[in-house]
Design a protein around this ligand. Structure first.
Ligand code: FAQ
Length: 318
């Protein structure tokens, strides 16, 4: 293809983005657009799959049948989200095996938030309320992202996330209105999950290397800082409603901005976790790599079965 032809395709592509048209797998797209989507979408898929681990830790210890059923359903939903997202990413020309390889070798990231431990039952409340709450705020704009398969996957994911957020908030509400010990558990979980939840929405806009280009391509519709502010403004009144205290002495309503001012985020901690030095990074990777290795026999068996079925079909056709 000549340079002139490429420029013309790029122009047409930019016009389609400006008209808010969805880009579909077989459409022409700039190589960087394809690669950026593979990066973000595969990391999103990995986050859903790794994100099953902190909550999976509590399924056998849920305090009642009702709580167990809800938690089990939630963790299964996260598996489903990971699978839609891997499928959507495959439409960009990368195989699932390559994506797993990138996760297992540390080439691909997954969300920092899943490298924190879930030490009490109240953490199931905090994860649902705060982590899924932040995930919804980040993902609702993605329902309108420019790449069709990603946008469509996000619509279903968001519907399920809203159930997740509510089940978490309900756990927190119940604990916060329970005995003094239960309230303390809820407050302790909020204290531990608040700051990592703010970090989860990504580095500040000034530090975010991808935001500018991703906003131009309408992959991202809102910046990391805007989403963080939205999350804080939405969550503070919820904490007040159930009588819990956000662990930030600098948190203050700013009448002029119509938003909360908040304290400094420990970005050193964030980057340490992203680089693999968080409290549970090693444990999470060990669990994922272990599952992949232990699952080899079943992948082989499924392939052998599919081949036999195909052979039988061919013999019958003769
Ligand atoms: N953790 O330039 P930016 C969920 C990396 S799903 C680790 O701002 P971007 C559901 C970033 O990748 C949670 N790394 O990047 C659930 C980049 O490095 P790279 C996941 C992070 O892409 C709930 C570098 O820093 N959600 O929670 C993080 O424009 C409960 C520079 O950053 C998604 O993935 C981080 N927190 O903005 C499941 C949503 N933040 O790639 C189970 C889709 C940034 O160049 C239980 N993703 N980095 O090596 C996005 O919206 C974006 O990718 C952002 C980051 C906003 C996460």
């Amino acid at each position: 293809m000549s340079e002139e032809q490429i420029r013309s395709l790029e122009r047409q592509f930019d016009e389609r983005i400006a008209r808010d048209e969805k880009i579909e797998p077989k459409d022409w797209m700039p190589e960087k657009y394809r690669k950026t989507h593979i990066r973000q979408m595969s990391q999103h898929a990995h986050s859903e799959i790794v994100g099953m681990l902190p909550e999976g830790n509590w399924i056998t210890r849920a305090p009642s049948l009702r709580r167990k059923v809800a938690l089990l359903a939630k963790v299964q939903d996260e598996a489903g989200h990971g699978l839609y997202l891997y499928s959507a990413t495959e439409t960009l020309g990368i195989s699932r095996d390559e994506m797993y390889e990138q996760l297992h070798t540390g080439k691909a990231k997954y969300s920092s938030i899943f490298n924190y431990p879930t030490v009490t039952w109240a953490d199931m409340g905090a994860v649902g309320w705060l982590v899924d709450g932040a995930a919804i705020i980040n993902q609702v704009p993605l329902c309108n992202t420019s790449y069709g398969p990603y946008a469509r996957a996000m619509i279903r994911v968001c519907k399920e996330e809203s159930f997740h957020q509510r089940q978490g908030f309900e756990i927190m509400m119940k604990l916060a209105n329970g005995s003094p010990e239960q309230k303390e558990l809820a407050q302790d979980a909020l204290n531990r999950w608040w700051w990592p939840s703010l970090m989860m929405l990504g580095p500040t806009d000034a530090e975010s290397v991808h935001t500018e280009q991703s906003m131009k391509w309408k992959l991202k519709r809102k910046s990391n800082d805007d989403l963080r502010q939205q999350f804080i403004d939405q969550t503070v009144p919820q904490a007040e409603l159930i009588g819990l205290t956000i662990p930030d002495p600098d948190l203050k309503w700013n009448e002029e901005r119509g938003s909360y001012d908040f304290g400094d985020i420990n970005w050193d901690e964030f980057w340490q976790v992203v680089k693999g030095h968080g409290p549970c990074n090693k444990e999470r990777m060990k669990a994922r790599i272990g599952a992949w290795e232990e699952g080899e026999w079943i992948r082989d068996a499924a392939m052998a079965h599919a081949e036999k079925k195909q052979e039988r079909k061919q013999k019958q056709a003769v």
